[in-house]
Design a protein around this ligand. Structure first.
Ligand code: NAI
Length: 396
């Protein structure tokens, strides 16, 4: 079929298999063009199909020569409906890994459930014995608690007071004001349950109990801080509370892993266009301004550049892992540089619908968003008849 982008709200409901495969190959090529990483050899990535998790998997495999198991929640194609982008990404990743002689298997299902944890542990025991690194990169709107069955939904809201600021609709390129009502206590509790550290700890507990973590094993989860302008809706809002919980969990897990000489970290990453971040109000406008400023300064990075730097310059340097005063890894260092933030902030106060194109990289934002779903990618013929039914080999 001929596959075109189709939108429902800020989500694209179609994905292009060839475009997704090309995006994955581009990421692999980037990692292969960089010096090899003396890193982990058996890597479990939870949330491995898109965004930072996919880039982590690619970096581990093609940077450090690691065998990988990826866990994610994606949908295959059915009838005239395409699969999700993460499905196509994984099919392409597995194919490239196998060609390179690397083990790559995937588990598609709800990572919050006990069943998927057990399935993963069985696969590790059967195929590897033990794991060297566990990357936790889930971003989900909902979680069913595995013990109580309670269904939690995360929300993106400020806490304590209404937040009003500028936002952009990148489809229409219109800058407008939005107001977001504060979250209730219940919504805060729910968001912490979905995006906080409880499930990460459940994974590490289960892996440790099953004795499948190698001596010196590491685990890392991802967080975000960002500029003052987004603090009310992000870092000081509901998701920020969840990130505080995630960061506190890292300290707990670090102590727990000391028994096997292991370590747990949170890495604070750069703001980037992913399926998750595009759903946050205000943030897309910030990202558009940030992209423009960082590109002008030659500092721009995507998920793959960030993850390569995380592995090569932080987690696997051979020496101590460099952290901030709160024990967090910072690869948002370039985003948070004083000159970058000062410039973004000056532009923030001026930006409106008329000067959006000049002050921000709204075009780069839009293109990155389409590329998440395999569209607008160089080297792909979008008029060609394309097979939407693609198999992930390890799931076949
Ligand atoms: P993403 O939406 O690209 O990826 C989410 C992954 O989680 C996908 O692989 C998806 O299949 C998987 N997933 C979702 N629900 C699942 C479930 N129930 N069971 C199994 N897998 C499930 O998101 P992104 O942006 O890469 O986020 C990953 C982490 O990075 C999050 O913790 C996020 O807060 C953090 N982060 C993101 C930043 C950004 O700007 N995008 C910046 C800094 C941190």
């Amino acid at each position: 079929m001929i596959i075109k982008p189709k939108f429902r709200g800020f989500i694209c409901t179609t994905a292009h298999p060839e475009g997704c495969a090309q995006q994955v190959r581009n990421q692999i090529d980037y990692v292969k063009s960089q010096p090899a990483i003396n890193g982990p050899k058996k890597v479990l990535v939870i949330g491995a199909s898109t965004g930072y998790g996919l880039a982590s998997r690619i970096t581990a495999a093609f940077g450090a020569g690691a065998d990988t198991i990826g866990v994610f929640f994606e949908r295959p194609s059915s009838g005239n409906r395409t699969a999700t982008a993460g499905w196509y990404n994984t099919a392409a990743f597995e194919e490239a890994a196998r060609e390179a002689g690397l083990f790559a298997k995937s588990i598609n299902g709800d990572a919050f459930s006990n069943e998927i944890k057990q399935q993963t542990i069985e696969m590790i025991k059967r195929e590897w014995g033990k794991v060297d690194l566990v990357v936790y990169s889930l971003a989900a709107p909902k979680r069913v608690h595995p013990e109580t069955g309670e269904v939690f939904s995360s929300v993106l809201k400020p806490i304590g007071q209404t937040f009003s600021n500028k936002t952009v609709d990148f489809h229409t390129e219109e800058v407008s004001h939005i107001s977001i009502e504060p979250a209730t206590e219940e919504e805060i509790r729910h968001t912490i349950a979905v995006m906080g550290g409880e499930d990460w700890k459940m994974w590490i507990d289960a892996l440790q109990e099953a004795d499948v973590l190698n001596e010196g094993a590491k685990t890392v989860a991802y967080s975000y801080i960002g500029p003052v302008v987004t603090h009310p809706v992000y870092r000081e809002g509901t998701v920020g509370r969840a990130k505080n919980h995630l960061e506190a969990t890292a300290h707990e897990l670090d102590k727990q892993l000391k028994k096997i000489g292991g370590e747990a970290y949170v890495s604070v990453n750069k703001a980037l266009v992913t399926q998750s971040s595009s759903a946050i109000p205000v943030v897309p406008l910030y990202i558009s301004l940030l992209y423009k400023v960082m590109k002008e300064k030659g500092l721009h990075e995507g998920c793959i550049e960030q993850m390569y730097r995380l592995f090569n310059e932080r987690l696997y340097t051979g020496g101590e892992v460099q952290v901030d005063e709160e024990g967090r890894i910072r690869i948002d260092d370039w985003e948070m540089r004083e000159d970058v933030q000062a410039e973004v902030s000056a532009r923030w106060s001026k930006v409106d619908s008329d000067n959006l194109k000049e002050l921000s990289d709204i075009e780069g934002y839009r293109r990155d968003f389409f590329q998440l779903f395999g569209f607008e990618t160089d080297g792909v013929d979008y008029e060609a008849d394309t097979e939407a039914n693609v198999t992930i080999q390890s799931l076949a």
